[in-house]
Design a protein around this ligand. Structure first.
Ligand code: KIV
Ligand code: ZN
Length: 518
């Protein structure tokens, strides 16, 4: 059996199901391009029937992203499968991923179906998918709590019907590595026809065991691992793709498996997903956390200075963290910025470079030394901007201990200036109210936080916030500046732009749908 393990990335489907995450089509496409650069084998781009927005994203990714298979999720129902095919059909390699729950608990309470009915639906779904594409994945949802003999019957039947990958999900994150390895091994031994399909696992992290379970499965015969960048996903998330890749890469001596991943793209993928989703990476997160390569204790620092491998099992450059200290300043030109960006792995178009250079020049008036982190923050802010959206033109604040905080805000869209003033409980509140007056949308801020991009009094402040209008859909915004209030204003405008963009596209699609139906 080959030792090659396929990486199936579900950041844009299961990952996007994380509470409070809503990405635009453009943002999802950017993430998909980075996943392709990272060298994952399959990108699960979304669940096309779940919403018109999901359909559009899957379809855009299928057309735009090359060199990787693109999958669309579908319940075991014909209408889902037809819709999934419509969305993925333009991909270089199009996969339909169909699923149905197989555990008695799901059959009884959720599906209200018998085992025979589920088996029939699974087979019919796979046959329908096979009528469109030769790349069909079947998932037995809640497999870890499914009766083993029944699970084997379902898997054998769907392979017979044409499934080329059979996925065994630990949907509720209940499995323990030892027993999970045994289960996968038994499936590989006992399911009729199993050699005709790739065995896959999809582990959730409710007990913090998703990566360990995924590796146990690979050791026991699985050859596809599903996961998400930074481990995002439903509840406690999915197996973190970067951890799975680096465990196999770093411990090849012990495990003996390999993937097609370009590990140097991991850090950029992690930053991009965190920036666009607003889901921060915890500092001590394995592989990509801020502290993953930081050494605090004197003994450790001393050891690393003498010989890096005393306390580091991976070289940070292997995952794309550059420790280059080259700083740029006021007199650095476009060429130097381009060079620095390319060293960091960002290859910008002329237009993008012009805009990054303008932000860089503005910053260099306020900050003497501009580091790699500052440049990364500028680029990330630029990436989350939407075309034809509102931008902050100017901001005037009056605030102090004895005055009512007041903000005057100027926003620009397509060259037109909109201005309003408002009072608030504090300066940030006043800014938000002035923006709300301009947009006519009243938003509630559900959290606000700031990080310093680098150290020092002139550090860039990186404001992250979340807003909602209905308490359900949450929009994330980010803004950076050496001035906290300006960063807050930019972050708020960024979140409002996303809200307007997503709601407007949804309304346009609904109108189109109504027109077709009438
Ligand atoms: O967790 C799960 O079971 C899933 C399936 C749709 C694969 O996400
Ligand atoms: Zn899942």
């Amino acid at each position: 059996m080959s030792q090659r393990v396929y990486i199936f990335d579900t950041t844009l489907r299961d990952g996007e199901q994380s509470p409070g995450v809503s990405l635009t089509v453009g943002e999802k496409t950017q993430i998909a391009r980075q996943l392709a650069r990272l060298g994952v084998d399959i990108i699960e781009a979304g669940f096309p029937i779940s919403s018109p927005g999901d359909f559009e994203s899957v379809s855009a990714i299928a057309r735009a992203v090359k060199g990787v298979a693109v999958a669309g999720l579908a319940r075991a129902e014909f209408k889902d499968i037809d819709r999934a095919w419509e969305a993925v059909r333009h991909a270089e390699q199009a996969r339909i991923h169909t699923f149905i729950a197989t555990s008695d608990i799901h059959l009884k309470y959720k599906l209200r179906m018998t085992r025979e009915q589920v088996l029939e639906a699974a087979v019919a779904a796979v046959k329908r998918a096979r009528s469109y594409t030769s790349d069909v994945e079947f998932s037995a949802e809640d497999a870890s709590r499914t009766d083993f003999d029944y699970l084997c019957r379902v898997l054998a039947a769907v392979i017979e019907a044409g499934a080329t990958t059979v996925n065994i999900p630990d949907t509720v994150g209940y499995a323990i590595p030892g027993e999970w390895g045994v289960l996968i091994n038994n499936i590989c031994q006992r399911v009729a026809g199993i050699e005709k399909a790739v065995v896959s696992v999809h582990c959730h992290n409710d007990l913090g065991l998703a990566v360990a379970n995924s590796l146990a499965a690979v050791i026991n015969g699985a050859r596809q691992v599903e996961g998400a960048i930074n481990g995002i996903g439903e509840r406690a998330g999915n197996a973190a793709v970067e951890e799975v890749i680096m465990a196999m890469h770093t411990r090849k001596d012990n495990l003996g498996f390999f993937t097609g991943a370009r590990t140097e793209e991991i850090y950029r993928a992690s930053r991009l997903v965190s920036t666009l989703t607003g889901m921060k990476v915890q500092a001590n997160k394995a592989i990509v956390g801020d502290n993953a390569f930081a050494h605090e204790a004197g003994i450790h620092q001393d050891g690393v200075l003498k010989e890096r491998t005393t306390y580091e099992i991976m070289n940070p450059s292997m995952i794309g963290i550059s420790r280059s200290n080259l700083v740029l300043g006021k007199h650095s030109g476009r060429h130097a910025l381009r060079q620095r960006l390319e060293d960091m792995g960002y290859f910008l178009s002329e237009e993008e470079l012009n805009s990054a250079f303008a932000s860089f020049k503005k910053l260099s008036d306020k900050k003497t030394h501009i580091t790699g982190e500052d440049i990364e923050a500028i680029i990330e802010e630029q990436m989350s901007a939407l075309p034809h959206s509102l931008t902050l033109s100017y901001l005037h604040i009056s605030s102090g201990t004895t005055v009512v905080p007041t903000a005057t805000v100027g926003l620009r869209r397509n060259g037109q200036l909109f201005e309003e003033a408002a009072c608030g409980n504090g300066p940030v509140d006043a800014i938000c109210k002035a923006v709300d007056k301009i947009t006519g949308i009243s938003c509630t801020m559900i959290n606000w936080g700031i990080n310093a991009v680098t150290s020092g009094k002139d550090a860039l402040g990186d404001v992250n916030l979340k807003i909602t209008t209905d308490g359900e859909k949450v929009f994330f915004g980010r803004g950076i500046s050496t001035d906290i209030l300006e960063a807050s204003a930019k972050a708020y405008v960024n979140a409002v732009n996303k809200l307007i963009h997503i709601e407007r596209t949804a309304a346009a699609r609904q109108a189109e749908k109504n027109e077709v139906e009438n």
